[in-house]
Write a protein that binds this ligand. Structure first.
Ligand code: TA6
Length: 284
């Protein structure tokens, strides 16, 4: 079942319910900000102080960072993580594939406005499938006469029980850029979070695994060879207006990306798809 909803201040989103789960997707940004399998706790973290207003990205869920990841390489006045997450997507199609699975197709088109930010003609297509697993596929189509290069991320905020109890496996031995120091380092063993972490891993392979006290999440991807792990920790959480001071304790970003060296060049008439599939299982 699909219903169109609005928050008290008029922010539009789509609510999905089927036999497997509930989910919520904002038309702004094609932003999935809630996914919960029946009988389980929500998979994604959303800040209780998120704005849910036009022009401000929701703090949580899976923001779409596109057509650039992080700060714009040439113009620092342009929005961090690009403009897709604050642009309106059109809901093209809803398919209830069966009683357990619902697929949404959303589309963002280039416009005179986007052209001022990024001078290319494009189509950005987003398929979201919610069921026993959660899948996103972000397809960048080059409708221009010249190649364009994109960096991007499906910037997933995972809800965790207590940050000190989690570990991330699958990045052992991988090189990462440490955004806090500017250095490149090699991941030693699995990842445990004991301080602010902001790392872009390269040459990543499938799958990653987030282990929490009572849940394990398998993070599978395609069209991606980089991943970002971010936790703002105490100081940054306290400085961020849309995060509670202790929010760092119950969230961890593990992002499926085409970031830094993994940026992708798309030729005229061609396309690139960045894919993510999340499978969560309760652990005893
Ligand atoms: O993905 C990690 C990161 O680039 C961090 O450096 C931090 O800035 C985070 O994204 C959140 O960015 P935002 O623009 O959503 O506040």
């Amino acid at each position: 079942m699909i219903t169109e909803q609005k928050t008290a201040n008029g922010f539009q989103y789509i609510e999905i319910e089927n036999k497997s789960c509930t989910a919520k997707v904002a038309l702004q940004g094609g932003h999935l900000f809630h996914y919960q399998q029946h009988g389980q706790k929500p998979l994604l973290w959303v800040s209780s102080k998120s704005h849910f207003k036009e022009g401000k990205a929701i703090r949580g869920g899976i923001p779409i960072c596109w057509p650039w990841f992080g700060k714009h390489s040439a113009d620092p006045t342009l929005p961090q993580h690009g403009f897709a997450r604050t642009s309106t997507f059109e809901l093209l199609e809803v398919k209830e594939r069966d009683e357990n699975s619902t697929e949404l197709t959303l589309l963002m088109l280039s416009s005179a406005e986007t052209h001022t930010l990024w001078p290319y003609q494009f189509q950005l297509l987003l398929h979201i499938t919610v069921g026993q697993t959660l899948s996103l596929a972000l397809t960048s189509r080059n409708c221009d006469t010249k190649p364009f290069t994109i960096s991007s991320a499906l910037h997933s905020y995972f809800a965790v029980s207590e940050i000190g109890d989690v570990s991330v496996k699958g990045l052992e031995g991988k090189e990462y850029w440490n955004a806090l120091t500017g250095d490149c380092e090699i991941q030693q063993g699995s990842i445990h979070i004991r301080e602010e972490v902001d790392r872009v891993y390269q040459q990543t392979t499938d799958p990653l695994q987030l282990s929490d006290a009572d849940r394990s999440v398998r993070i599978s991807s395609a069209g991606s060879a980089s991943a970002v792990v971010w936790n703002p920790w105490k100081e940054k959480s306290a400085k961020m207006g849309d995060m509670e001071n202790d929010a760092y304790r119950t969230m961890l970003c593990i992002e499926t990306a085409n970031a830094l060296q993994d940026a992708r060049t798309v030729l005229p008439g061609e396309e690139h798809t960045l894919q993510l599939r999340l499978t969560a299982a309760a652990v005893k």
